[in-house]
Design a protein around this ligand. Structure first.
Ligand SMILES: [Zn+2]
Length: 250
């Protein structure tokens, strides 16, 4: 029997299209794995947390430097205050004008110390807040790393299923191709190159299953006179004869 008149061969080419389409779908799924996207997002979040931590540590070092600067200022001003008081109470200041000037100087230095102490206090509060933020950042990083580890496992599991499915298809497809008539296979391959997944269709109830468009009645009747007909709409190899049913699996 000519291959294009053999329902078994025509069914085999239609089935080949189905499994090749499935292999393409699996390959896309592997490349576009949801689990992979979630993992990528979680890894990106780790970078965000790390950058936030880096920013906090930089700010902390700046605040600590500012605190030390205030401490040095206060130390210098206290020494000056002590010296001024010593001078005032040592009896070196004899007239009231000098006395007034010394009192005024002491008052001015005391006020400056107050200002620096207020600034230092604000800086110490800022340090406390930064320390708390850094601790929260550390916790977030640890949590996110655990999440990445978990999502890596989920991704591996999902990927391993797809990879196993692909491996099965990669064994199955050459076997199916080997059982097909060479001429029919060549026609299918040429059509599949142009219309992957829609190279072959069936004429069912007057419509092409590849493009879902109904043939004009006269043309459908004409098509039925040959087992394979080119769909006038999409160009698919249109199988017009009934195909054998799948054997029950199991
Ligand atoms: Zn069609």
């Amino acid at each position: 029997m000519d291959a294009i008149s053999d329902p078994e061969q025509l069914k085999a080419v239609l089935d080949l299209q189905t499994v090749e389409t499935e292999l393409r779908r699996l390959t896309r799924e592997l490349a576009d794995l949801e689990e992979q996207k979630r993992l990528d997002a979680a890894i990106a979040e780790i970078d965000v947390i790390r950058r936030t931590g880096d920013g906090l540590r930089l700010e902390m070092s700046e605040v600590e430097a500012a605190t030390r600067k205030e401490e040095r200022e206060i130390k210098v001003l206290r020494a000056r205050l002590d010296a001024e008081r010593d001078r005032l109470y040592s009896g070196a200041v004899t007239n009231s004008r000098e006395n007034q000037a010394a009192q005024a100087e002491i008052k001015a230095v005391e006020e400056r110390i107050d200002l620096h102490e207020t600034a230092e206090l604000e800086l110490l509060e800022r340090e406390d807040a930064l320390e708390a933020a850094l601790a929260a950042n550390d916790t977030a990083l640890t949590d996110q790393q655990a999440s990445v580890e978990h999502l890596t496992g989920v991704r591996d599991q999902a990927a391993s299923r797809i990879i196993a499915d692909i491996a099965e298809h990669e064994v199955d497809i050459p076997k199916r191709r080997g059982e097909l008539d060479a001429g029919l296979l060549a026609s299918y391959d040429a059509a599949a190159k142009k219309r992957p997944g829609r190279a072959v269709g069936q004429l069912i109830s007057g419509s092409c299953t590849a493009c879902s468009i109904a043939l004009p009645v006269a043309e459908a009747n004409r098509a039925k006179r040959t087992p394979l007909y080119d769909c006038p709409n999409c160009g698919a190899m249109l199988i017009t004869i009934p195909l054998p049913k799948d054997a029950p699996s199991g």
